[in-house]
Design a protein around this ligand. Structure first.
Ligand SMILES: NC(=O)C1=CN([C@@H]2O[C@H](COP(=O)(O)OP(=O)(O)OC[C@H]3O[C@@H](n4cnc5c(N)ncnc54)[C@H](OP(=O)(O)O)[C@@H]3O)[C@@H](O)[C@H]2O)C=CC1
Ligand SMILES: O=C([O-])CC(=O)C(=O)O
Length: 257
């Protein structure tokens, strides 16, 4: 199975490195990066350096194309991948909630689009509950202040990270609203919404804790089949916004595919 990756940041590089070290039956065939000169040094560290290609060409190189570059690139990658019948693994799940064009692709090509469990997990159980009736879904995410640096929602809500002295709720609302304000921080909310009750019926609270060392995601789903509760305390990766589990969830998915 040839795998092509968009974005060589915290997740993309961890996935590329793991495939290069050896995953049975899987070859890293290509990557697309924003700055090829900056990426060249990294790629030289790999035993089997992949081709460096344009985003829109990834579909020519990968049976599976893994997006780890942000929701802003999803459309450019998704069209050629899905129209050619290949598989798309999307880390920036929020794109399928906030962009109407991507939401249509999600409906049309659902069997070819894979959203990894990311920093969360448990989505198989949520999807099973959605086969019956889900009454409520609630996600409470608590993050270290560094994880939110630069988020557009902080400016819009007038939140100053420096002034926080203890756990503080910065947002409460639907997953759809959460992704407008925090598009790079709450893909977990999108993954949960797409697996379960949708972005308008998935309620999200975002808390900042200046003393937190992990990204904590607590989920509660009430359905006619029962009640699910779980929480994940995920260690950050080289990117303080991103839990290291997110890259590992891509590797687990690739092994399954
Ligand atoms: N579903 C989930 O549970 C999770 C999802 N995510 C999401 O996954 C995505 C990747 O996360 P992460 O690896 O931590 O992010 P990083 O910021 O570490 O990496 C993103 C990479 O994408 C590159 N990039 C940006 N624009 C382009 C472009 N046009 N073409 C090619 N490459 C590009 C960036 O390059 P440069 O630095 O040069 O701009 C950077 O190397 C994010 O959208 C994040 O929100 C993250 C955690 C959990
Ligand atoms: O890694 C995390 O804990 C969650 C995250 O960034 C996201 O959902 O976008």
């Amino acid at each position: 199975m040839n795998v092509a990756i968009a974005g060589l940041g915290a997740i993309g590089w961890a996935v590329a490195h793991a495939i290069d070290k050896g995953m049975p039956g899987i070859t890293l065939s290509a990557v697309a990066v924003r700055d090829p000169d900056a990426a060249a040094e990294r790629l030289r560290m790999l035993a089997h350096p992949p081709a460096c290609v344009a985003l829109a060409s990834l579909a020519d190189y990968g049976d599976v194309v893994v997006e780890c570059a942000g929701a802003h690139v999803l459309r450019e990658i998704a069209d050629p991948v899905l129209e050619s019948g290949r598989q798309l693994v999307a880390m920036s799940a929020g794109g399928f909630v906030s962009s109407p064009a991507l939401a249509l692709l999600w409906q049309r090509y659902r069997s070819q689009i894979h959203i990894p469990s990311g920093a969360l997990g448990g989505l198989d159980a949520v999807a099973a509950m959605a086969e019956g009736h889900i009454d409520t879904v609630r996600l409470v995410s608590t993050k270290p202040a560094a994880a939110l640096r630069g988020a557009p929602g902080l400016t819009q809500l007038g939140i100053d990270l420096q002034s926080l002295t203890g756990p503080t709720q910065v947002f409460g609302g639907t997953a759809a609203q959460a992704l407008e304000l925090f598009p790079d921080n709450l893909n977990v909310a999108a993954a949960l919404a797409l697996a379960g009750a949708g972005a308008h019926r998935t309620m999200v609270e975002l808390w900042l804790d200046p003393h937190a060392r992990t990204n904590r995601h607590e989920v509660e789903v009430q359905a006619d089949s029962g009640r699910l509760r779980f929480s994940m305390d995920a260690m950050p990766s080289s990117n303080p916004r991103t839990s290291s589990l997110a890259a590992q969830s891509v590797l687990a998915l690739l092994r399954r595919l």
